[in-house]
Design a protein around this ligand. Structure first.
Ligand code: AMP
Ligand code: MN
Ligand code: MN
Ligand code: MN
Length: 283
């Protein structure tokens, strides 16, 4: 069994279709894959078809944006029912936030004489939710940056053209959407927020009553020390532990499918909740 519980398709900021993603995961030996696109579940039906074809177990997922203490956090929902009304209402809210933010980003960039609207819309092909990587790609295409990394330095971040401060829904909101849809809510890539251990502990104490009872212990951006620390925190607070590559594209060798390190034995794997469980034959 090889699990990867965090990745993206072209329904958000990934480069592959759900079918290509599932086939690539299968080729990498992954047996259990969660598709977790940003604020959308539109890729899941296609992913499920492809998963059935190759004999891979697909877990329905999503990655919601939320705000906690003015900080953007990502919360992954695993084994959700994408048809659940609360979940669908949540997806609708966050998609609207993204559409409104994209419009404000276009306008802010236009103030700096940068018009990348057509290139962003062309990438979305009427299917994807607009994300900052789409803007970064468009800025590269128009020669404003040599690559996406540079685009994220010169634009789209706090204090730079194209940055729009956002107050996303709360932890309680996203935790509620996921749990009402029968899913498990997991704090994504905790190392990326650059919190001290004290602040991360405070977040955990607040997120658990909001329904977020798991953390990603191992991702493609965690080193051994961080994984060990996150494992300790998950034990200390009785959290479920998850792993996921946060794969976006074959062009990003630092986040290959299946690249997250396995969980150490003493941790409680989040997938015990939905893999090989009799009452939930998700696979
Ligand atoms: P958004 O949710 O639309 O604000 O975009 C966030 C996504 O942008 C993340 O999930 C990453 O995939 C990507 N991202 C954020 N910061 C950077 C960066 N500095 N360089 C490249 N990609 C980034
Ligand atoms: Mn992303
Ligand atoms: Mn994320
Ligand atoms: Mn992600």
């Amino acid at each position: 069994m090889k699990v990867d519980l965090h990745c993206h398709s072209y329904f958000s900021d990934g480069s592959l279709s759900p079918t290509e993603l599932v086939r690539t995961a299968h080729e990498h030996g992954i047996t259990h894959l969660a598709l977790t696109d940003h604020d959308t579940v539109d890729g899941l039906a296609e992913a499920r078809k492809a998963a059935n074809d190759v004999g891979l177990c697909l877990i329905n997922g999503v990655e919601f944006s939320c705000t906690w203490e003015k900080q953007l956090l990502h919360v992954v929902g695993l084994d959700i029912d994408p048809t659940n009304n609360a979940l669908r209402a949540g997806v609708t809210i966050n998609k609207q936030f993204r559409a409104d933010r994209a419009e404000a980003m276009f306008e802010d960039l236009e103030q700096h004489n940068i018009d990348i609207r057509e290139s962003v819309l062309a990438q979305l092909c009427d299917r994807g939710v607009p994300t900052r990587p789409h803007f970064a790609q468009a800025l590269v295409e128009h020669g404003y940056a040599k690559d996406k990394k540079q685009a994220f330095k010169r634009y789209l971040v706090r204090g730079k053209p194209g940055y729009i401060p956002m107050e996303w829904p709360s932890l309680e909101d996203v935790g509620g959407w996921i749990t009402q849809a029968g899913g498990v809510a997991v704090l994504a890539h905790p190392n990326r927020y650059k919190f001290t251990r004290t602040k991360l502990s405070r977040l955990i104490v607040e997120m658990v009553p909001a329904g977020v009872c798991g953390i990603e212990v191992s991702t493609s951006t965690t080193d051994k020390q961080q994984t060990a620390m996150l494992g300790q925190l998950s034990l200390q607070f009785g959290l479920l532990a998850s792993i996921g590559s946060d794969f976006h594209s074959p062009d990003q060798p630092w986040a290959r499918l299946g690249s997250a390190e396995d969980l150490s034995k003493e941790l409680k794997p989040v997938w015990a909740n939905f893999i090989n469980s009799d009452e939930k034959p998700a696979c």
